[in-house]
Design a protein around this ligand. Structure first.
Ligand code: HEC
Length: 242
């Protein structure tokens, strides 16, 4: 059927910080058919889950294929999905940030950089399977080209930028929608990632020469410098075929 996408943006005041990014995850498993619906994320540093949902939503009506029925897509359902996505992002961000903090304290920025490069994908996988959703992070000014915000993600990031210019705090910017893609309902969520002071070590304008060398070696096409504290660094992305 030809449903108009249910589309809306919710603003809340959740405080979130994010650490280094998951690495480009070419290990994202071959996506089953429903995941083609979320193709924009699978080019980013996302990891698809093997189990469709860790906590199957038995409370909603489903068709013979186990797909959600359109009449189940109530505001209450979307609010519930949004709350789950927030939780997943919060836990994911906390894990990344604590990893980054430890690495910075123990070995300094160069060590932390390697952690971003290697540990983050493992954390991403763990959180994706824990929460039964696909988690990733994207940016318009990306370091790893695999994390480029494309399609709907870029559009939402542009909306976040506009909202920030209009005076909204970056921490409050989030977006939820349910769209029908190839006959399947897909829940999608994004949450803006603010640039904190600690991020400037690797994403600011005044990087140490050693760090610049290492970054250039690992990411010759790096666009993720020149940020200021308070800028939108990028966004978390959550998707779940319903
Ligand atoms: C020690 C250096 C370092 C610090 C500090 C750091 N990052 Fe990063 N960041 C990286 C690296 C390296 C990547 C690329 C990772 C990859 O290969 O996917 C990255 C990637 C990202 C990405 C994914 C998009 C992209 O550009 O590829 C986001 C979002 C991000 N960082 C946000 C932050 C935020 C927010 C902070 C501060 C809380 C931060 N980073 C601090 C090194 C750092």
């Amino acid at each position: 059927m030809n449903r108009a996408p249910l589309f809306f943006t919710v603003l809340t005041a959740l405080l979130l910080l994010a650490g280094c990014s998951p690495n480009s995850d070419s290990q994202a498993p071959a996506a089953p058919e429903p995941d083609s619906a979320t193709a924009p994320e699978t080019t980013a540093d996302s990891v698809s889950t093997t189990t469709r949902s860790a906590t199957p939503d038995t409370a909603v009506p489903r068709d013979a294929n186990g797909h959600i029925r359109p009449e189940a897509l109530t505001q209450a359902f979307i609010d519930r999905k949004t709350a789950q996505a927030r939780q997943a992002v919060k836990a994911f961000a906390t894990a990344l940030k604590s990893e980054l903090k430890t690495a910075l304290e123990h070995g300094g920025p160069l060590e932390a950089l390697s952690v971003c490069h290697t540990r983050a994908p493992e954390i991403t996988r763990r959180f994706s399977s824990d929460h039964g959703m696909t988690l990733s992070r994207v940016s318009a000014k990306y370091r790893n080209p695999a994390n480029e915000a494309i399609g709907w993600q870029k559009k939402v990031l542009d909306e976040f930028e506009a909202a920030q210019r209009a005076g909204k705090p970056v921490q409050s910017l989030e977006h939820s929608e349910i769209v029908e893609i190839k006959g399947r309902q897909v829940f999608r969520y994004m949450k803006a990632i603010p640039t904190g002071k600690v991020c400037l070590t690797c994403h600011g304008s005044d990087l140490s020469p050693a760090l610049q060398d290492k970054l250039h070696e690992l990411y010759p096409l790096d666009k993720a410098t020149g940020f200021k504290a308070g800028d939108i660094r990028g966004a978390f992305v959550v998707t779940e075929p319903l």
